[in-house]
Design a protein around this ligand. Structure first.
Ligand code: PMT
Length: 310
């Protein structure tokens, strides 16, 4: 039996799984009928529990900047977006105000008759209007479906559900796998039920390897889709080699290679035939431009070509 089948057999689907799977299927079918391209954007880190009634868990650094900015850019390019994100990580549109106390965006007003109200503080109005205009348009076209996960297994169940929904629309679907997925986990039947007791002394745990889900994703769940995975490393000398190895191993279309510390300044878009370095200049960064704008413009062009060739 394939490793990934064993993984799903040994873990439980997340809460509201059937409901979310239905929402995803309906979203895909509606937008595909309306002739839109669709993209699944995965975003944020995955939590790996150490106890089944979880007090402690292992997590990672990802806050969902890449995924949430990319989702906005895909929407701007006319895609319908399924945004599969880690609960409480950054989300499209609201991310612009994530570091601000929302009460500071507002100010109290008192009219002549003494009644009080609230208005947007003038110094925030223009930014709020810019974001609201884009958000409003997305709401009107209903082109953004947000689905959240918390643990590694929640993520993998929902990833499979979305990929399977995409299998019905062939090359018009893109998978953009920016989530930082844990490579290690403890199988459900090996988790202690209760909080691990410190009185038992130092903790030693053995974790299993998470099966690489790119394999069934490309071969079985959504074989006709345009698939973009990411490769994250901290050692520059192995980055491109690993990206190329991933392309060879899984036979998908693109790997975006990035280094932890410089990921907002530069990435390399790696395909079977080329390596394209995407670089942000200081002046672009100063104007608030984000690297995802360049990445998505490039991918949309490649996806277009892919659809024409299929
Ligand atoms: O969220 P930010 O703070 O903005 O950070 C963005 C990012 C650095 C997380 C993002 O740009 C990124 O690189 N995401 C992928 C990180 C990662 O998991 O890399 P990896 O080399 O461990 O995995 C490579 C690919 O295999 C990933 O696309 C992943 O979806 C896939 N994978 C991973 C594990 C697994 N068991 N199965 C998989 O299919």
């Amino acid at each position: 039996m394939a490793e990934w089948t064993t993984y799903f057999e040994g873990s439980n689907p997340p809460e509201k799984y059937v409901e979310n799977r239905t929402r995803i299927k309906e979203f895909v079918s509606r937008h595909s009928k309306e002739g839109r391209r669709l993209v699944l954007v995965t975003s944020g880190g995955t939590r790996v529990p150490l106890e089944s009634r979880t007090v402690r868990f292992i997590d990672n650094f990802s806050v969902g900047t890449r995924g949430s900015v990319s989702a906005e850019n895909f929407l701007a390019q006319g895609y319908a977006v399924i945004f599969l994100h880690r609960l409480n990580s950054l989300e499209p549109f609201t991310r612009h105000f994530s570091r601000v106390n929302f009460l500071d965006l507002l100010s109290l007003t008192i009219t002549a008759d003494g009644s009080t109200g609230v208005q947007v503080d003038p110094q925030h109005t223009s930014k709020l209007v810019r974001v609201m205009e884009r958000y409003q348009q997305v709401k009107e076209t209903d082109t953004l479906l947000s689905v959240s996960f918390l643990s590694l297994s929640d993520y993998l169940y929902l990833l499979r559900a979305a990929a399977e929904a995409f299998s019905h629309i062939g090359p018009a679907a893109m998978l953009y796998l920016a989530a930082a997925v844990s490579d290690f986990y403890i199988p459900h039947n090996e988790l202690p039920e209760h909080k691990i007791q410190s009185a038992n002394g130092p903790l030693q745990i053995t974790m299993q390897m998470t099966p690489k889900m790119l394999s069934p994703l490309v071969k079985e769940w959504a074989p006709q889709a345009f698939t973009v995975s990411f490769k994250l490393e901290t050692d520059t000398s192995i980055l491109i080699i690993k990206a190329k190895q991933a392309l060879q191993k899984y036979s998908h279309q693109v790997v975006i290679a990035n280094i932890l510390e410089t990921r907002k300044m530069t990435v390399t878009i790696v395909t079977r035939d080329e390596e394209e370095v995407v670089l942000m200049s200081d002046s672009e960064l100063d104007t608030g431009m984000e690297i995802e704008e360049k990445i998505i413009t490039d991918l949309v062009r490649r996806h277009q070509k892919f659809c024409q060739g299929s």
